[in-house]
Ligand binder design. Structure first.
Ligand code: MN
Length: 201
């Protein structure tokens, strides 16, 4: 058994103009593919090779750094593709909207808090919206860490994530990470976030 690169759930160009086609091609076909290959190589002939990705992450401290970096990279990107849609954007509705308003006072305040988590992450990493103990929390992690990992500073079940590695935006936005973060809101697949929120609660 080994991990596989999931296909993008839409065409490379479908997130234009917010995320450009070439970034999507390189990000999925090269970066994500490399995480999968390197994860499989790191796990080869070890008992951990039969674990699910979630089980691997929750005891990641027991594994070598190559498993942490590439296992996180595989999980994070598999989730990220699902969270985006060319038909996305707008605002959440229903129970998720209620929880965001109750926690952050408004959707705009939530966007500020989440956006700042991404913008202020030094170097490479991710911004997250998580459910922890039934509550919504925003945080960020370095590198390919995520809140499912036992070593993470912020814990929880991630329901929205934003990749702020330069490879995610540099071709189109160069050093303007805040512009990429602003564009992200136009392509968030809130139906997918709501689904993850419902199952994480
Ligand atoms: Mn990435």
């Amino acid at each position: 058994m080994s991990f596989e690169l999931p296909p993008l759930p839409y065409a490379y160009e479908s997130l234009e103009p917010h995320i450009d086609t070439m970034t999507m091609q390189i990000h999925h076909d090269k970066h994500h593919a490399a995480y999968v290959t390197n994860l499989n190589n790191a796990l080869k002939d070890t008992p951990a090779a039969s674990l699910s990705i979630e089980d691997l992450l929750k005891e990641i401290s027991k594994h070598p750094m190559a498993v942490r970096n590439n296992g996180g990279g595989h999980y994070n990107h598999s989730m990220f593709w699902q969270l985006l849609s060319g038909k996305g954007g707008g605002a959440p509705t229903g129970a998720l909207a209620d929880a965001i308003n109750a926690t952050f006072t408004s959707f705009d305040e939530f966007k500020k808090t989440f956006g700042n988590a991404g913008i202020t992450r030094f170097g490479s990493g991710w911004a997250w919206l998580c459910v922890n103990g039934g509550k919504l929390v925003v945080c960020s992690t370095p590198n390919q860490d995520n809140p499912l990992m036992d070593i993470a500073d912020c814990k929880g079940t991630p329901i929205l994530g934003l990749d702020v590695w330069e490879h995610a935006y540099y071709l189109k936005y160069q050093n303007r990470r805040p512009d990429y973060v602003a564009a992200f809101w136009n392509i968030v697949n809130w139906d997918e976030v709501a689904k993850r929120f419902a199952s994480a609660k």
